[in-house]
Design a protein around this ligand. Structure first.
Ligand SMILES: *[C@@H]1O[C@H](CO)[C@@H](O)[C@H](O)[C@H]1NC(C)=O
Ligand SMILES: *[C@@H]1O[C@H](CO)[C@@H](O)[C@H](O)[C@H]1NC(C)=O
Ligand SMILES: *[C@@H]1O[C@H](CO)[C@@H](O)[C@H](O)[C@H]1NC(C)=O
Ligand SMILES: *[C@@H]1O[C@H](CO)[C@@H](O)[C@H](O)[C@H]1NC(C)=O
Ligand SMILES: *[C@@H]1O[C@H](CO)[C@@H](O)[C@H](O)[C@H]1NC(C)=O
Ligand SMILES: *[C@@H]1O[C@H](CO)[C@@H](O)[C@H](O)[C@H]1NC(C)=O
Ligand SMILES: *[C@@H]1O[C@H](CO)[C@@H](O)[C@H](O)[C@H]1NC(C)=O
Ligand SMILES: *[C@@H]1O[C@H](CO)[C@@H](O)[C@H](O)[C@H]1NC(C)=O
Ligand SMILES: *[C@@H]1O[C@H](CO)[C@@H](O)[C@H](O)[C@H]1NC(C)=O
Ligand SMILES: *[C@@H]1O[C@H](CO)[C@@H](O)[C@H](O)[C@H]1NC(C)=O
Length: 417
């Protein structure tokens, strides 16, 4: 009897909770409304069935003093969109920050000093309401019509979710990395908008599609569709394809330059990797910063290091920031030498020109660079091509692996350590 009473009580409690959450959330947001990091009465705007919310999350990684990002997040707290600054990083505010839906029609993120750190730039476009829908799209609408003036699906940050269409005029960004879908249907990852380090799909070399669209189905299939393709071209299946219920799958360009599918169970607040575009993380251009060298530790995790003790980390607390010479080459005129690195390949920005590639042997590849003033490093492919390429100053991204046939030389001030 007591147990019966208890379960009845619990049922009533959960019904009450259900009613409360339905009535509290089915709202359109009107201009003049605000969300605050620290005011518990104004922390989130939620979608009608509470699948997604817009509010503040602590910056990841955490900072001291704490900072917060304005994000749309899945039930449990996994972000799928955030306001980003001009560097492509999530725009962050202090604990007195706020997100205002101004009467002008703009959404504006301000810090405690009331300085604007992000703005949707939709003032004067007739915006009269905002709505976060159950697919995770925040839409600013005008007039009584349901037409969208601006939406997060049309202005993606680093993530796309099911029912979001990613088109050829959009870009996902994370720091120096970006993802684009080209007109010919190639899905391509770039460093600094210029160096391509991964690409998949694409029609014939000269053929453009009509309006290629990348989408992730909720069951975990990532594909490109277009009126000119008889069937969608499949990019990847997540490894939990069609499994589980109440799971959100999403595609994210991570800050390490890899593109991944993740899944998150409702309410868990955690995400699990389900697919990665670049299986060898060290192949992500610039992952270890300028002059940094990427390799793997005994647990197969990518690690960033410097070529030799002739170099030192730019930031000892963050090995991904790259390395610099302890003595610059200009500071030891006539006394530079070449450090030999086996199984190492250097890729550069700007990429070497054809005039900087030579068919020469190992000694010439080393010596010709040593005597050439503009050359800072050279790579001999050793792959049967006989190609030696000169690297000039700029951005040098290094990769070492026992399976890499290349030998590289890097110019340092002696003695070689
Ligand atoms: C939150 O709402 C309660 C009840 O209306 C009110 O007493 C309290 O002052 C509010 N808190 C803030 C920080 O505005
Ligand atoms: C963007 O945000 C990142 C991280 O919060 C910060 O390091 C960077 O300086 C910001 N860039 C600009 C232009 O505000
Ligand atoms: C914040 O700045 C805006 C103008 O950018 C101004 O209209 C508003 O009154 C300011 N708010 C506060 C609290 O100072
Ligand atoms: C919320 O709504 C979306 C879209 O209609 C639906 O797919 C989802 O199953 C709903 N979730 C819950 C918990 O009702
Ligand atoms: C709403 O926006 C659309 C497209 O931008 C525009 O054609 C329409 O006139 C606007 N309506 C109002 C009431 O501002
Ligand atoms: C995405 O594209 C499909 C097919 O063209 C369309 O039915 C759907 O409405 C689009 N979704 C959004 C959010 O625009
Ligand atoms: C990134 O590209 C721009 C030109 O688009 C160039 O000026 C800049 O030096 C590049 N960044 C690095 C780190 O090489
Ligand atoms: C698609 O276009 C890009 C740039 O125009 C080109 O580099 C790439 O090779 C093309 N891909 C295919 C498969 O044709
Ligand atoms: C394909 O699209 C690209 C980018 O829009 C354009 O530069 C190129 O001329 C187009 N190629 C063809 C064959 O239409
Ligand atoms: C060149 O380097 C050697 C050590 O490798 C050093 O003994 C010598 O003094 C240097 N000469 C000049 C001109 O810096």
């Amino acid at each position: 009897m007591i147990m019966g009473f208890e379960s009845q009580f619990l049922l009533q409690l959960s019904l009450l909770f259900l009613i409360c959450s339905i009535s509290a959330s089915a709202v359109t947001i009107t201009p003049g409304s605000s969300l605050y990091v620290s005011n518990p009465n104004h922390t989130t705007w939620s979608s009608p069935n509470n699948t997604f919310s817009l509010g503040f999350l602590p910056a990841d990684p955490p900072t001291s003093p704490p900072s917060f990002i304005a994000a749309i997040f899945f039930a449990g707290g996994v972000p799928i969109w955030s306001a980003v600054n001009s560097s492509g990083a999530p725009a962050s505010v202090d604990s007195r920050g706020a997100l205002h839906f101004l009467s002008s029609g703009s959404l504006r993120l301000v810090n405690g000093a009331n300085a604007t750190v992000w703005d949707s730039n939709t003032a004067g476009l007739g915006v009269t309401s905002a709505l976060l829908d159950d697919s995770g799209n925040l839409v600013l609408r005008n007039g009584s019509s349901a037409s969208s003036v601006w939406s997060t699906f049309d202005n993606p940050a680093d993530t796309i979710v099911p029912s979001q269409n990613f088109t050829a005029d959009q870009v996902l960004r994370s720091g120096s990395y970006s993802l684009r879908l080209l007109r010919n249907g190639s899905l391509t990852l770039y460093w600094n908008n210029s160096i391509e380090y991964w690409s998949q799909g694409g029609s014939s070399p000269d053929g453009n599609l009509t309006s290629p669209t990348l989408a992730l189905q909720s069951i975990g299939i990532l594909s490109i569709s277009d009126p000119r393709l008889p069937t969608p071209s499949i990019v990847a299946y997540s490894n939990d394809y069609a499994e589980g219920t109440d799971i959100l799958r999403f595609l994210k360009l991570d800050s390490d330059g890899n593109l991944r599918i993740y899944s998150s169970a409702r309410g868990s607040g955690t995400k699990t990797k389900r697919w990665a575009a670049v299986s060898d993380q060290c192949q992500v251009f610039g992952y270890c910063g300028n002059n940094g060298i990427c390799s793997y530790d005994e647990h197969s995790n990518p690690v960033c290091g410097c070529a030799s003790p002739n170099f030192e980390p730019v930031d000892p607390r963050d090995s991904r920031k790259g390395c610099r010479r302890k003595v610059e080459i200009e500071d030891c005129p006539g006394n530079a030498t070449m450090l030999e690195l086996e199984h190492t390949e250097f890729l550069t920005y700007a990429p070497e020109a054809d005039s900087q590639a030579f068919f020469v042997g190992i000694s010439a590849c080393r010596l010709n660079c040593l005597v050439a003033g503009s050359c800072v490093a050279s790579t001999l492919l050793n792959d049967g091509s006989g190609l030696c390429s000169f690297k000039t100053a700029g951005f040098v991204s290094g990769y070492v692996s026992p399976a890499t046939p290349s030998t590289s030389y890097v110019k340092v001030c002696g003695p070689v350590n």
